[in-house]
Design a protein around this ligand. Structure first.
Ligand code: ARE
Length: 468
């Protein structure tokens, strides 16, 4: 992260000045970068928000799929590609270019959600850039021979998720599955990704990466500049195509941590998340992009979402307090049904706007409200805490029924109440030196006396202490 005193909010400038802290983070460390998925924010809105994001020390934005797609009112139409023209529910090519430039001027890089495994489901019609299509037929781009004809299942769809062959050759969600083993298909995908790199894009989320054979990913990568970053969506659960298997290509989303954070805060059991690399789905810290939730998990119940605001904020604070992986914040809109998205009558996403603070705190989240979770009260201060403690190990983890705590080397202390019950007079022993510490989150001073941190922690409250 590029977090400097100049970039801090005024309040935090005061806080850090009091603490006598300065940033000594080595910004080359993978773990020191912070990104944010701005789910279905249109390009104009992202461009406007980039000044805030840059000031908040956020390094990159993940943009939802920008290519031509099927038309419709559902959010997920963007995941059904019709062509690789940049004309989508999120805006035009020129708006995309303006966004890349505006954000770049603020030090914020752009990652694109790349839909390269498949094209559309069973519809036919006209795409968002005017291309006529039917399933398996996409003008000059692809025709029937460019798609797998899966005979392993009766309906050509994936039935056995533990079979790599089915996962990679049959259809995910009935979507026409590209023969990425064919040179001609690879060349078209490479052309699309290269065109985005030419516009200044830094890297890609590879959508449905585990549905693309490793050899195909390798071949595609080999034809692109070596500097491109890849964050692959490999949802655990398919032996032979697990997150660990894709590390040779690039980075991986850390679903496992998201699931663990959900278990900690929904079951209200304090434990230090297991980030050891002894399983095929817990990948090494320096190649794992961690998150509290994404657009799938916020809808399928596998992760915490905005409907539990206090837990969502506390889980985000814990993710930032740990030194595992590169955190990706999540920012989205309120919805009242799976398919729904805030669009105009032409199927374009409405502009996203944030109030000064996150709308996650509203008592009722009216569908379409932009929640701006990246503006939650503790986010800036937790990025500052992460920056201060960069490279310091997580030590002395302790758990009680309700509180998880740990130290960050000899300078930082983090504790969080994982329950929805207020805890008063919590006492936690610590190896940190006695003295006055500043809680970056509340801006208040807490004293460590006789090797003990004593504090109240209301429901889901976190504290992040740095020595003054
Ligand atoms: C929509 C309709 C479908 C319809 C389809 C085609 O909802 O009913 O069949 O259109 O007409 C998104 C939406 C889908 C949407 C799709 C296309 O989520 O609802 O389908 O766009 O518009 C697996 C994959 C993983 C994938 C998830 C959803 O491995 O890659 O399923 N996630 C990405 C994106 C999604 C996106 C797609 C892929 C498609 O993040 O947002 O779909 O581009 C186990 C397995 C996992 C599996 C998981 C599913 O854990 O191990 O592999 O994930 O279950 O919960």
């Amino acid at each position: 992260m590029r977090f400097t005193l100049k970039q801090l909010t005024l309040a935090l400038i005061g806080v850090l000045a009091l603490a006598g802290c300065s940033s000594d983070a080595d910004s080359d460390r993978f773990e020191d970068q912070v990104g944010v998925q701005m789910f279905l924010w249109n390009f104009n809105s992202i461009a406007q928000e980039c000044e805030y994001l840059g000031d908040a020390g956020i390094d990159w934005v993940l943009v939802s799929p920008p290519q031509e797609h099927i038309q419709g009112e559902q959010w997920w139409v963007g995941y059904q590609a019709v062509s690789y023209q940049l004309e989508s529910q999120l805006g035009t090519k020129s708006e995309f270019e303006t966004m890349v430039k505006t954000c770049g001027d603020q030090g914020v890089e752009i990652y694109v959600d790349a839909v390269i495994n498949h094209m559309t489901g069973n519809s036919e019609g006209v795409g968002t850039a005017g291309t006529e299509y039917a399933k398996y037929e996409y003008g000059d781009l692809y025709t029937r021979a460019d798609f797998h004809a899966c005979t392993q299942t009766l309906d050509s769809q994936i039935a056995d998720w533990t079979s790599v062959a089915q996962v990679q050759e049959c259809e995910l969600l009935n979507l026409a599955d590209l023969r990425t083993e064919d040179e001609s298909v690879r060349a078209k995908i490479v052309g699309y990704l290269q065109s985005l790199v030419d516009l200044g894009v830094t890297g890609f989320r590879i959508d449905a990466a585990k549905h693309i054979a490793l050899a195909d990913m390798e071949a595609i990568k080999a034809k692109l500049p070596a500097t491109i970053k890849y964050i692959q969506e490999v949802v655990p659960g398919t032996p032979g195509a697990e997150p660990l298997d894709y590390l040779g290509i690039g980075d991986i989303f850390g679903f496992d941590l998201a699931y663990q954070l959900a278990s900690i805060f929904t079951q209200q059991v304090a434990y230090l998340p297991d980030t050891s690399t002894e399983s095929p789905w817990v990948t090494p810290s320096n190649q794992t992009v961690v998150m509290v939730s994404n657009h799938d998990t916020e809808r399928n119940g596998q992760a915490i979402n905005y409907s539990q605001p206090a837990q969502f904020e506390a889980a985000t604070a814990l993710m930032l307090a740990l030194d595992y992986g590169q955190p990706m914040l999540y920012s989205s809109f309120a919805f009242d049904s799976y398919d729904w998205a805030p669009k105009d009558e032409n199927g374009r996403m409405l502009d996203a706007k944030c109030a000064q603070s996150s709308a996650i705190y509203f008592a009722n989240h009216e569908a379409g409200t932009w929640l701006c979770q990246h503006r939650m009260n503790s986010v800036n201060s937790m990025i500052a805490f992460r920056d201060e403690t960069s490279g310091k190990p997580v030590t002395n983890p302790q758990t009680s029924d309700s509180v998880l705590s740990f130290e960050r080397g000899d300078i930082g202390f983090f504790a969080v109440n994982v329950t929805t019950v207020d805890q008063s007079g919590v006492e936690i022993s610590t190896g940190l030196a006695d003295g006055k510490y500043l809680d970056f989150i509340s801006g208040k001073e807490i004293e460590i006396l006789g090797g003990v941190v004593k504090t109240d922690l209301v429901a889901n409250q976190a504290i992040a202490l740095i020595r003054r």
